[in-house]
Design a protein around this ligand. Structure first.
Ligand SMILES: [Zn+2]
Length: 126
């Protein structure tokens, strides 16, 4: 089993969630951007890719490293690695990626749709 398959399994859900429609401008503002890195966003162009992925998917992901949420399909391309889209975060999108729903299972008071840029600690408020 490849890392790619692990990644897909992690974001599988029982039902497809609608992809969030967030403008590129807003995403760039909240993620920040470093000139030396490529920021890939969940724009309609990249969403097409995920339409091709068979089966249910989660549209919101959460970074174990910075504990912030972001929409599926957004990441920073650093050399060959897909990293958390928030600039300066060392988390990647393989080991440090959780489905938002999984975080909510332990924190039912968290919103169904997370806010960008907000830190949602795994074990409740600090
Ligand atoms: Zn992160």
């Amino acid at each position: 089993m490849s890392d790619d398959e692990d990644w897909l399994r992690e974001i599988e859900g029982e039902d497809d969630e609608p992809m969030p429609e967030i403008s590129e401008v807003e995403l760039r503002k909240v993620f920040g951007e470093s000139p030396s890195e490529t920021l890939v966003l969940s724009s309609p162009e990249t969403m097409e890719h995920f339409v091709l992925v068979a089966g249910p998917r989660r549209s919101w992901l959460w970074c174990l490293h910075c504990e912030r949420a972001y929409p599926l399909g957004s990441y920073r391309l650093v050399e060959e690695l897909q990293m958390c889209p928030y600039s300066e975060c060392e988390g990647d999108t393989v080991l440090d990626l959780w489905a938002w729903q999984k975080v909510r299972d332990d924190n039912p008071h968290y919103p169904e749709i997370p806010e960008l840029g907000i830190v949602y600690p795994l074990y409740g408020e600090r």
